[in-house]
Design a protein around this ligand. Structure first.
Ligand code: GLA
Length: 379
């Protein structure tokens, strides 16, 4: 999608030019999976697939918005928000949280479109939420505070939409920087930009599988992690070191499943910290090994992969140009991510697509992605 096409669609729909165009990206998580709701560390990057909104302010408190992708319109009033169903709930939820936080919002006319695949683990919903927040900031004239916007977006998703997610996706979409990954401490919400190694491509490997029941499995993992934190006597698993984990689980008996869940979180946090170090040092080989270890831990200990994700990761790792590969996002389906030698990226894409089709019988979409900018005003 480019700004011009979006502008034209706005004009066709509202008979005028849009005053603003905003964009908020989806994300791919490089490493640090399921650690965000354990107050831990994550390392996502925003991708070059995003949600775009073209809009102009209105004189009243109405929101009129057309989804170009779904070819449907929605109308609601900022003074009488009521829960309903469908895509517009992300927009209403965001409006509700902004108003609760004291922002005075103006109504707007808008068209929106996006190319973040839905339910693929690339955070299309965070992209909608942050694009909405950016749109409100533009028409209502308030300053963009990335961290606060991410927190309000997470609240909208938790409380209005009813999905119990952590803070990673919203922070990535709100605060990412072009060319960098975002190293985020999910407890303090402090972040740093970590440089992506040169001569390396980040490749997204979409298995084309979309699993139902993700919410209940996700919530179950969350409670198991909370149970483990209680057992260790800490606020969150972030507070348990790898050494402490092995010491205590050797001395006392912890339920086998809870132990495995905790082992993933504790070792994953350590992997993220090491990943940031090796990225700074340009050690791609080690970064790839950490990717592999992360996937194996998610497969064996956290148990959130499915057959297709495991097959995809195997197909990727078999290529000589691949430094490492792992599932990304919540799991149970969706995407994996691989680190690949840049000069062989195209060959890698073709080889993995063919191998995956042969072994799983399913067509995948595999593409190189670039680290893009977080939510921004384009026009
Ligand atoms: C989903 C959630 C995130 C995070 C990941 C797993 O994407 O929205 O908050 O928990 O799963 O790392």
């Amino acid at each position: 999608m480019n700004a011009e096409t979006l502008q034209q669609s706005f004009s066709t729909h509202f008979n005028s030019k849009p005053e603003f165009i905003v964009r908020a990206p989806g994300r791919v998580n490089l490493i640090g999976e399921h650690t965000d709701y354990n107050d831990g560390f994550v390392l996502p990057m925003a991708i070059d697939r995003a949600m775009w909104i073209a809009l102009s302010p209105r004189d009243d408190s109405q929101i009129r918005i057309r989804s170009l992708d779904l070819e449907t319109d929605a109308v609601f009033d900022l003074h009488s928000l009521a829960k309903g169903e469908g895509w517009v709930e992300y927009i209403k939820g965001m409006a509700n949280e902004l108003q609760n936080a004291g922002y005075k919002l103006k109504g707007f006319d808008a068209v929106m479109t996006g190319d973040v695949p839905r339910a693929a683990g690339l955070s299309s919903s965070a992209a909608v939420e942050l694009a909405t927040a950016r749109a409100f900031a533009a028409v209502s004239g308030f300053k963009w505070d990335a961290t606060q916007m991410a927190q309000l977006a997470q609240k909208a998703e938790n409380e209005w939409v009813g999905v119990n997610c952590g803070i990673m996706d919203q922070m990535a979409s709100a605060a990412a920087k072009e060319g960098f990954a975002l190293f985020l401490d999910c407890r303090s919400l402090g972040y740093q930009y970590a440089p992506l190694p040169e001569n390396v491509s980040v490749v997204i490997l979409d298995t084309s599988t979309r699993r139902g029941l993700v919410d209940s499995a996700y919530n179950e993992r969350r409670s198991q992690c909370e149970e483990a934190a209680r057992w260790f006597g800490v606020k969150a698993l972030r507070d348990v070191s790898v050494a402490e984990f092995y010491r205590k689980t050797k001395e006392e008996k912890l339920d086998e499943v809870v132990l495995k869940r905790a082992r993933h979180i504790v070792t994953e946090n350590e992997r993220v910290l090491e990943a940031v170090q090796v990225m700074k040092a340009g050690n791609v080989k080690r970064l790839g090994e950490l990717f592999n270890a992360s996937h194996d831990s998610l497969r064996d200990d956290f148990e959130v992969t499915n057959d297709e994700l495991n097959i995809m990761v195997e197909c990727a790792r078999e290529q000589e140009s691949c430094y490492g590969a792992r599932m990304t996002g919540a799991g149970f389906g969706g995407c994996a991510v691989a680190l690949v030698q840049k000069e062989n990226a195209e060959e890698f894409v073709n080889a993995v697509s063919a191998a995956y089709r042969q072994r799983s019988g399913v067509d995948a979409s595999v593409y190189v992605c670039k680290a893009s900018e977080g939510a921004s005003l384009v026009k």
